[in-house]
Design a protein around this ligand. Structure first.
Ligand code: DON
Length: 543
């Protein structure tokens, strides 16, 4: 197996890890100038909205997990909500087939939450003046920044250029009118700069009640979108209690519903606990087999039980009950894959190619922020509303547009996650922290749709059970299994011999270049270790 030899970035006091260099620099500068982790998280969110437009956003939403130095934890849910005019069958055509409208175009967007989420976090936990935190993003949008190889490449992937070309503002800004951006080109975004200036000067009020709200609702109305000024005015951030569990002496603080991720991580840890899955070592076929079997069992439960907790009861206690976990564990056979069809019925297809982003921050006082936010698919719905300069999300596709049939991630979901006005779509985003002996141990998270839950699980296990440092834990190859389709995805850096062994256990293995894009901070022996994913352009910076 090839494990990268790169060391984590190490520092004594504070650390920022994001997927993009400029955003990392912005966050580190805030910390260096006396801002706390929440200030830095706010500044990074706005910076990524400029420099990482596939996922960084004003027009999307996400989750912020916080742990303050005094041990308080909280979870800020600023995810998109369904517009008031949304309805159960809104994406079905006359023959009751699901259309692409939940993924592309004006009707795909939920009410954005990012600006409200940042304002909420800042008002409650921030130290620095708001305008100072938005200013770096204004500068990046106004003065421009050199497009990296990775960003230029994103426009060439999948159907991205086609999708953006459908919408004139998106084509003009992000595809250079059709000529395509190349690495080294300077991308300036004057409309986005003007929007950010209003947010800098008038706060979230501009986005939800002011000029931005007005322009956004007008553009939506003109093009058949659902979001109204009333929807924006009614948007509310929800502060929730994080989900907490214990595994091998570590406290796991993670994402509660409407994320399915925290339940998943704790359910899978609960299944693995009591097996000797570590015996043959990290990356061995037998270890991967136990992981895959735990993943398959969790994802079967996810399909049935999870949705917005405001609309249905999510059976968290039942799913994490030790007796229930014991029955799941007992159903795993050594060296033999359980066909997913024997776990629960259902057949779906997995579709690739989308984007979200995660960043992890620890400040000099020991406060920590883990933020995962998104437009859902890469570059969201493809729509850039006139005069605003930012992309809108297609988060409505995280609902079950047609319960019982796969959504864009191939996830089969039930009525618990069907569409209703003001409802929040179920998420897999899983910002997570590990705590040991009352002290912060790790901050972690990643994009990747349903693979998020499994990636966070694997990196946590690499830290807890295999004692890896932050970079080793991140760069260790990963697998993904989501019950249906009955197929194991594995990163291609696994040894071919391992893959062959897994096939002999009965797995259909699909090789992937990369699963996830982790950003981790680990606290160990008085040092902070910052680890971006070694297979990306992510960076870590500390002092
Ligand atoms: O909330 C969710 O689960 C999805 N909207 C996340 C999408 C995602 O991670 C795409 N990234 N590659």
């Amino acid at each position: 197996m090839s494990v990268e030899a790169r060391e984590p970035v190490r520092a004594r006091h504070a650390m920022v890890v994001t997927v993009e260099q400029h955003a990392t620099d912005v966050g580190a500068a805030v910390l260096q100038n006396g801002g706390n982790a929440v200030d830095a998280a706010v500044a990074v969110a706005f910076a990524l909205a400029v420099t990482h437009p596939s996922a960084g956003n004003l027009g999307g939403g996400g989750f912020m997990l916080l742990r303050m130095a005094d041990g308080r934890t909280t979870f800020i849910d600023f995810r998109e909500r369904a517009p008031g005019a949304a309805s159960h069958d809104m994406y079905l055509d006359a023959d009751r087939n699901a259309t692409k409208d939940s993924q592309i175009g004006y009707r795909a967007s939920g009410i954005p939450g990012t600006v409200a989420g940042m304002a909420y976090a800042h008002a409650k936990f921030g130290k620095k003046p708001w305008n100072e935190l938005v200013q770096p993003a204004v500068d990046l949008a106004k003065n421009g920044f050199p497009v990296s190889w990775g960003l230029a490449n994103m426009f060439t992937l999948d159907n991205i250029a086609e999708k953006l070309a459908e919408f004139p503002e998106s084509k003009r800004i992000f595809l250079k009118g059709g000529a395509m951006l190349e690495a080294g080109d300077v991308l300036t975004q004057p409309e986005l700069a003007a929007t950010l200036e209003r947010i800098r000067d008038r706060g979230a009020d501009d986005f939800y009640h002011g000029q931005t709200a007005h322009l956004l609702a007008a553009d939506m109305q003109e093009h058949g979108g659902l979001i109204t000024e009333q929807d924006l005015a009614d948007y509310k951030v929800i502060e929730r209690r994080p989900l907490t569990g214990f595994y091998h002496g570590h406290t796991v603080v993670t994402a509660p519903p409407p994320s399915s991720g925290g339940i998943g991580i704790l359910e899978m840890m609960g299944i693995l606990d009591g097996t000797d899955y570590t015996r043959t070592g990290a990356g061995s076929a037998r270890e991967l087999h136990y992981l895959a079997e735990a993943m398959r069992r969790f994802f079967a439960d996810r399909s049935q039980y999870m949705g917005d907790p405001e609309f249905n009861k999510v059976p968290v206690t039942e799913l994490l009950d030790p007796h229930y976990l014991e029955t799941l564990r007992a159903s795993i056979q050594p060296e033999k894959a359980t066909p997913s069809s024997e776990i629960r019925p259902g057949k779906i297809e997995l579709v690739e190619g989308s984007h979200t982003t995660h960043y992890s921050i620890v400040d000099a006082a020991g406060n920590a922020a883990a933020v995962t936010y998104t437009l859902n698919d890469s570059f969201g719905s493809g729509v850039t509303p006139a005069k605003l300069g930012f992309l809108m999300n297609d988060e409505m596709d995280d609902f079950a547009p047609k319960p019982g049939e796969p959504n864009g991630f191939g996830l089969v979901q039930g009525e618990a996650n069907s569409i209703a006005p003001h409802k929040t779509p179920l998420s897999s985003m899983s910002p997570t922290m590990l705590v040991r002996d009352g002290k912060l141990e790790a901050v972690l998270g990643t994009p990747g749709g349903p693979t998020i839950i499994n990636s966070v699980l694997q990196v946590a296990l690499n830290i807890i059970d295999f004692g890896m440092n932050a970079q080793e834990a991140v760069d260790q190859p990963r697998i993904h299994e989501q019950w249906m389709p009955d197929r194991l995805q594995a990163e291609m850096s696994f040894s071919p011999d391992t893959i062959r062994l897994l096939e002999s256990y009965g797995y259909e293995v699909q090789l992937k270049r990369r699963i996830g894009e982790m950003a981790v901070v680990l606290v160990r022996n008085g040092w902070l270790e910052g680890a971006p994913d070694g297979r990306t352009e992510g960076t870590a910076k500390g002092f």
